[in-house]
Write a protein that binds this ligand. Structure first.
Ligand code: NIG
Ligand code: FE
Length: 413
């Protein structure tokens, strides 16, 4: 058992099922406690509340085993938030596209054409090389406070390469996503329908038990709405849950299609009409905004105020990938979301924690109410507001996942 005291501010996000009914976040919805404490037992939050009540809570929790050791950790006045839930990542890849990024910053437009470069490098890479890269990126993100990762395939685009990606992912997270329909690979350029058939008839059946999610890049130059519908339905028919890359580059019908197909989340949504937003709000589909993508592609930032006013529930994720956005820092994404997408600080912190949990259909993460997984971030700051107030500064002091210390950024001297 662990007792964490000296918490200047504790963001609990309370009970996500309650928040689920209130998609437009108002002041106070982070359910923040000041001068708080938290008790962890068996990897879960056993209690959180005012520090003044911690001893009584501890006594009642240890009644059955009064001699059980209790480790006390006094933070001396630091803020604690739930671990970030990063619901959108592409981490199985090889190669470097920094030159493509530099060219974009010098005026070139982002197109998904660069994906083919990564596909070639990924196919040529060893299993060990791919897994080492993924582990490196996961470790990096963990040190920035991420405790739940969704990770996609999508740079293999053959039966064997997509399945090996899922096997690598499955060793590191239960949130594995098959996106064999990322782009049409070069060898199928003359006959995209033959590739759609391969995805539906061979890759999806082989991915059963390896992919929790099915995803499609529904976009001009990738997969059209009819192909997307068929691929998502095929995934759902074998028990996968659905999510979509929608309206990243153009104002098409992908958002509405995602709502109609019962997707848990539609991601990107850089372009969205009022009608799209009304349909998504009505369907209860989470919209996952990816601030790092707009930052790294110089696309226009969507205005979160418009989405929230329409009643849409928002998540923020990184979309860490070698092309459109190579950050895996949710503190950075929060800062951009606040500065350029007009989230309030509270809304952005909620969207990167509880919002991400909704986007993955998880009620055990993204909050620190009793019973939640003890995934939490200690900030080197008195308030969670510093996440946006101090952009680019390493504010993650320590990270606990399942109650265990998994990252410690404190100075070693
Ligand atoms: O989420 N849009 C499609 N896929 C990725 C980008 C992939 C790449 O450029 O390599 C995304 O932005
Ligand atoms: Fe993506």
């Amino acid at each position: 058992m662990k007792l964490i005291t000296g918490i200047s501010e504790l963001v609990t996000n309370s009970d996500p099922t309650e928040l689920m009914a209130r998609p437009s976040l108002g002041a106070g919805d982070l359910h923040t406690l000041t001068d708080a404490a938290l008790i962890i037992d068996d990897g879960k939050v056993a209690w959180s509340g005012p520090a003044a009540e911690a001893d009584a809570a501890l006594n009642s929790l240890t009644l059955a085993a009064p001699d059980a050791p209790v480790e006390t950790i006094d933070l001396g006045g630091k803020a604690v938030i739930p671990g970030f839930v990063d619901s959108h990542n592409h981490l199985v890849f090889a190669g470097d596209r920094s030159a493509e990024f530099a060219a974009r910053m010098a005026g070139e437009k982002y197109s998904a054409g660069g994906i083919a470069t990564t596909v070639a490098a990924t196919r040529a890479a060893t299993d060990e090389g791919l897994e080492a890269n993924l582990v490196h990126l996961v470790d990096q993100a963990t040190r920035q406070g991420t405790t739940t990762f969704e990770i996609k395939s999508g740079y293999g685009l053959t039966l064997d390469d997509e399945i090996r990606a899922l096997e690598i992912i499955g060793r590191h997270t239960p949130e594995s996503t098959l996106i064999a329909a990322h782009v049409v690979p070069p060898e199928y350029k003359a006959d995209p329908e033959a590739y759609v058939a391969l995805v539906i008839d061979e890759i999806i059946p082989a991915a059963v038990g390896k992919a929790k999610w099915i995803d499609v890049f529904c976009e001009e130059g990738a997969f059209d709405e009819d192909q997307t519908r068929r691929i998502i339905e095929a995934g759902k028919s074998v028990g996968m849950k659905a999510r979509l890359h929608a309206n990243q580059l153009t104002q098409g019908g992908a958002l509405r299609l995602g709502a109609a197909l019962g997707c848990t989340s539609v991601d990107h949504a850089t372009f969205a009409s009022d009608e799209d937003l009304a349909v998504l709000a009505e369907a209860g589909t989470v919209v996952t905004l990816l601030p790092g993508v707009e930052f790294s592609t110089r696309q226009p930032y969507p205005d979160a105020r418009r989405y929230l006013a329409a009643g849409v529930r928002l998540a923020i994720a990184s979309d860490c990938n070698p092309g459109s956005c190579f950050t895996n820092s949710l503190p950075f994404c929060i800062a951009v979301a606040v500065r350029d997408m007009h989230f309030t600080v509270d809304q952005a912190v909620w969207a990167a924690t509880a919002g991400g949990a909704h986007a993955l259909d998880r009620s055990d993460v993204g909050h620190l109410g009793a019973g939640a997984q003890a995934d939490l971030v200690v900030l080197d700051a008195p308030s969670y507001r510093h996440l946006a107030y101090r952009p680019g500064v390493q504010l993650v002091d320590r990270v606990f996942a399942g109650g265990e210390l998994v990252a410690d950024n404190r100075p070693q001297h």
